[in-house]
Write a protein that binds this ligand. Sequence first.
Ligand code: ADP
Length: 260
Amino acid sequence: DENQRLSLRLIAYSGRQWLLVVRDVTQLMRLEQVRRDFVANVSHELRTPLTVVHGYLDMMEPADNPEWAPMVEEMRRQSQRMTQLVEDLLTLSRLEAQDHLPEESIGMASLLVTLRREAEAISQGRHEISVLDDAACDLFGSAKELHSAFSNLVSNAVRYTPNQGRVEVRFERTDNGGTRLSVKDSGYGIPAQHLPRITERFYRVSTSRSRESGGTGLGLSIVKHVLSLHQARLEIESEVGRGSTFACVFGPERTRPRNH
Ligand code: ADP
């Protein structure tokens, strides 16, 4: 029936023989939908109570009990973290539910300026930050979602690079007429065995460092989803102790002449 979902796989068997494997994945996809809806609903329901907690915490002035000050500060930090987590979960649910995004020509010159400002705000002068605009063209896609994907990569690069390290953002042409936005850092790097799973939700290399860094563990999942909605791919190169490069690679159909 039309609600049934099948997965087909054709496997070369031997000589001129082929094997066609048909699997009924209807139930699997239904479960996946239930999981998505559940995550989206829980996240949405958490928003209101969090806003209330956040609001009251902001009003608290522990002047009468100075010993409360560090506790209130910690509560603020944690509720901020939870808010970010909920926002990231909602972003992921929204991306999963879409099969295409509203698209427009994205002014890359000004987006790169914004990325530099964001990097500087997170770094607070602790890193050397450079932004190279070498492509002389613009991207075509969702400005909002691509901005959030690039911001995630820039934020990771700064957060996983020790003080005095370097972060370099570069927008350039590729050989086939497409473009590439890369974020390179001189940071901790990622051991090779973690790379295949690094874009999974909540997957983290070192829990303590990642927690300290203030992330939610959802950043790279968001990046991957946004790129796949643009038929683009994420390339990761990393060497422990030397740094990482995360590159978003776009096809020629995503390239537009730059408006001056
Ligand atoms: P998080 O919020 O933990 O940063 P992400 O999904 O953005 O979540 O990244 C997943 C994990 O990948 C991080 O916890 C970290 O271990 C690793 N990682 C991401 N970016 C970098 C980077 N530039 N350098 C080193 N490790 C990174």
